[in-house]
Write a new protein. Structure first.
Length: 134
């Protein structure tokens, strides 16, 4: 009987240690999540050659120095994404969004781009995205 009680106590202690590790890990994950911005990007055709892109911060931290690096030449970027070029870099508070209009061109329907931002967790977060037209 004494041996069984010692075994149960050892198992209980082992479970306590595992539970403590899980609790610490969860708290660490929550602290990290509170330092991260999470940007969600989408595009919508509005009318004619006009499209709209929205960047919403669904994270818990402010996204700072938000940039969009569209993989096209500078002149084309200034012509198609004029509103965006003049407004970025930007700051997006948690729960907020920014919206830009951009023009459509017939030759190219999809642009490769990188959405880049800083938050409390790290600098230069990068999400590779596709900007579509219509």
């Amino acid at each position: 009987v004494h041996f069984a009680n010692k075994k149960n106590k050892d198992e209980i202690e082992q479970h306590k240690k595992e539970l403590y590790k899980l609790t610490i890990s969860k708290e660490k994950d929550m602290l990290e999540a509170n330092k991260k911005a999470k940007l969600n990007f989408r595009t919508i055709k509005i009318e004619g050659s006009q499209n709209k892109m929205t960047n919403k911060n669904n994270g818990k931290s402010t996204a700072r120095n938000v940039r969009l690096d569209v993989k096209i030449g500078e002149e084309a970027k200034k012509m198609l994404f004029r509103e965006m070029c003049s407004a970025l870099p930007a700051t997006i508070q948690a729960g907020n969004e920014i919206t830009f209009k951009y023009k459509t061109i017939q030759r190219k329907k999809i642009f490769n781009a990188e959405l880049i931002w800083d938050d409390e967790y790290q600098k230069n977060n990068i999400e590779r995205i596709l900007i579509t037209q219509g």
